[in-house]
Design a protein around this ligand. Structure first.
Ligand code: 13P
Length: 340
């Protein structure tokens, strides 16, 4: 393992002013996104959509990296350039989702374990040859009465650490993503309690598995009210609770934290990130690794038609720019009304 190379890439992924575009939707997820714009999920539609995103004028300057799906890392622009090569040529680091999804955890009703460790070493070798310099693995923790159990939290943290160790062995920076879902009617306090528990287990397992912390990126949820909670904590409270919780668990050796958006609206996700970055000197670089919060408006603007290609690109560039400002704590909601 070349530690200095891992650290160099991890730092580049979380450089101030930029963030990560999560475009690694699995086949099932991208079909749901396309259903919303009444578009068939064919391989060519998926390719064309990703080309629209990756070639958007004015977006790359705010993107440090893009997370790809197995199909996407093998696809090309319409004029034949493999997507990972195109991204690298434009200063954007290609990454790859390597988990096989969250599956029911046998014996623990309502809980999941993320699969994908079998054969992972060999897959990482191939992905590195295809151009990937970082990877992503997402553990999913749901909040319900009596859930999560300590066992499910530990099992998921253990899998994350095994994945991270294999990535670093192959000189690929692991994005470690333990997502506490915002689905449900729970309070922000309950989210903080569970996120505390999850991050505690994750960093305990990462230490036990000898992960080189300087060569990884954490992708957590923000500490936030459940979507159906009758009382929604204001943005300043989300920012304060999130930073408090992260400070308890994330060693300063970790170069950066790149949040998932998790179902927040694009504007909320940007505002929260900016407020977090206004909370004084943080020990890590704090940025975004958004899927829906970067893509929702671009997908609608595109609409699956060649005529919408440029409109979709403008929407992506706008969200990338506003989130880039948020990494510097310089976003204000008044900026939303400016032209894309
Ligand atoms: P969202 O920002 O839509 O939550 O997606 C980020 C991601 O990569 C989830 O794994």
């Amino acid at each position: 393992m070349n530690r200095s190379e891992l650290e160099r890439v991890a730092r580049a992924m979380v450089v101030k002013g930029k963030g990560i575009l999560a475009a690694d939707e699995s086949s099932g997820t991208i079909k749901r996104r396309f259903d919303a714009i009444k578009l068939d999920s064919t391989e060519e539609h998926r390719r064309s959509y990703r080309e629209m995103l990756f070639t958007a004028p004015g977006a790359a300057q705010y993107l440090s990296g893009v997370i790809l799906f197995d199909e996407t890392i093998r696809q090309r622009t319409h004029d034949g350039v493999p997507f990972p090569d195109y991204l690298a040529q434009h200063g954007v680091i290609p990454g790859i989702k390597v988990d096989a999804g969250a599956k029911p955890l046998a014996g623990f009703a309502g809980e999941t374990i993320t699969e994908g460790l079998d054969g992972l070493r060999e897959r990482l070798v191939e992905y590195r040859k295809l151009g990937a310099r970082f990877a992503k693995w997402r553990a999913v923790i749901d909040i319900q009465d009596g859930i999560p159990t300590a066992f499910a939290v530990r099992a998921n943290a253990h899998a994350l650490a095994r994945y991270a160790a294999l990535c670093q062995e192959q000189e690929i920076v692991p994005i470690v993503e333990p997502e506490v879902l915002m689905d449900g009617a729970h309070s922000i306090d309950r989210c903080e309690e569970v996120t505390d528990q999850v991050l505690g287990e994750v960093f305990g397992c990462l230490a036990a598995h000898r992960i080189y912390l300087e060569g990884m990126v954490l992708k957590p949820n923000m500490v936030i009210s459940g979507k159906q909670a009758p009382e929604q904590a204001p943005p300043e409270q989300v920012a304060a609770a999130t930073v408090r919780c992260l400070k308890r668990h994330v060693p300063p050796a970790v170069p950066g934290i790149a949040f998932l958006s998790g179902g927040q609206s694009p504007e909320e996700a940007t505002l929260h990130l900016s407020l977090i970055n206004q909370l004084g000197a943080l020990p890590w670089s704090v940025t975004f690794s958004y899927g829906r919060a970067l893509q929702d408006t671009a997908l609608k603007g595109w609409g699956g038609t060649p005529a919408g290609f440029a409109a979709g690109q403008q929407e992506l560039a706008k969200r990338a720019r506003l989130n880039g400002l948020a990494t510097l704590g310089r976003y204000q909601s008044g900026l939303e009304s400016q032209a894309a």
